[in-house]
Design a protein around this ligand. Structure first.
Ligand code: DGL
Length: 263
């Protein structure tokens, strides 16, 4: 079984890609909804949550864990790998590398949580893959909460997003990296803003390919394509989000009602 976790519903964007790549794998999605958002917490608090969740997923029988959260990856992926040496742990990092490789203008922007924006991991990623480019890091306080509460068509939010992006687009940024898994669900709002000027970059498909490589033949054939949802608060909201976000293909794999997990 593959465990996939996030602070809330953002990681469902990664889960959907994994489910497409591994149609027969059994999947357990864990949303830490009692502690969302992670993006305004300090590293120690995020790491403590990630370690508890990692242990829980391993106890449930997960042989692979996907940290479907840029914020938790930056703060905790190394600690998770150290504490679970027999589990394959895959993290999610903003798509700086593909964006830098594709950029023609030499300028890209990355939208992230406040925590990811100040992380050493993001700074390192930029040094490694975009050292010769101008990279604008745009922290987006409250955006994940916007998604979490499913207020996706709020006209005020579209205005906020436009005001944040307009200066970097006007300055020539030709790729905008979605550096938080929640932001994949904001594409309908962001796409009209960047249209004709920049491409949005999401890494969910790349993470799913990595998952398939790690799962190998066994991962593909061992399961029955079942999905279990669990959350630390309001599990029924997580189930409802599948429908509201148009993720019916995930709903079709559900093995039962969403579970409240005391983790
Ligand atoms: N979805 C998460 C990420 O990719 C974090 C959102 C949050 O809880 O602040 O960074």
């Amino acid at each position: 079984m593959i465990g996939v976790f996030d602070s809330g519903i953002g990681g469902l964007s990664v889960l959907a890609a994994i489910a497409r790549a591994l149609p027969r794998a059994d999947l357990l999605y864990f949303a830490d909804t009692a502690h969302v958002p992670y993006g305004n917490k300090d590293d120690a608090a995020i790491r403590a949550r990630a370690l508890r969740i990692g242990r829980y997923l391993a106890e449930q029988g997960c042989r692979q864990i996907v940290v479907a959260c840029n914020t938790a990856t930056a703060a905790a992926v190394a600690a998770l790998r150290e504490s679970l040496p027999r589990i394959g742990v895959i993290g999610v990092v903003p798509g700086i590398k593909p964006a830098a490789a594709a950029s023609k203008s030499g300028r890209i922007a990355v939208l992230t949580t406040v925590s990811t924006a100040r992380s050493e991991r993001l700074a390192r990623l930029i040094r490694q893959h975009a050292g010769a480019l101008r990279v604008d890091i745009l922290p987006c306080p409250d955006w994940a909460t916007k998604v979490e509460t499913l207020q996706l068509d709020d006209p005020d939010f579209a205005g906020t997003a436009r005001r944040l992006l307009e200066p970097v687009l006007a300055a020539g940024a030709d790729h905008v990296v979605l550096g938080c898994t929640h932001y994949a669900f904001l594409v309908p709002v962001l796409q009209p803003i960047v249209a004709g000027r920049a491409a949005l970059v999401d890494v969910a498909e790349a993470v799913a390919r990595q998952c398939r490589r790690l799962a190998g033949e066994d991962g593909e054939t061992a399961g029955q394509g079942r999905l279990t949802l669990s959350a630390t608060a309001s599990p029924e909201r997580l189930r409802r989000a599948l429908t509201l976000l148009g993720l019916e293909s995930l709903a079709a794999r559900l093995s039962g009602p969403a579970i409240l997990a005391d983790v």
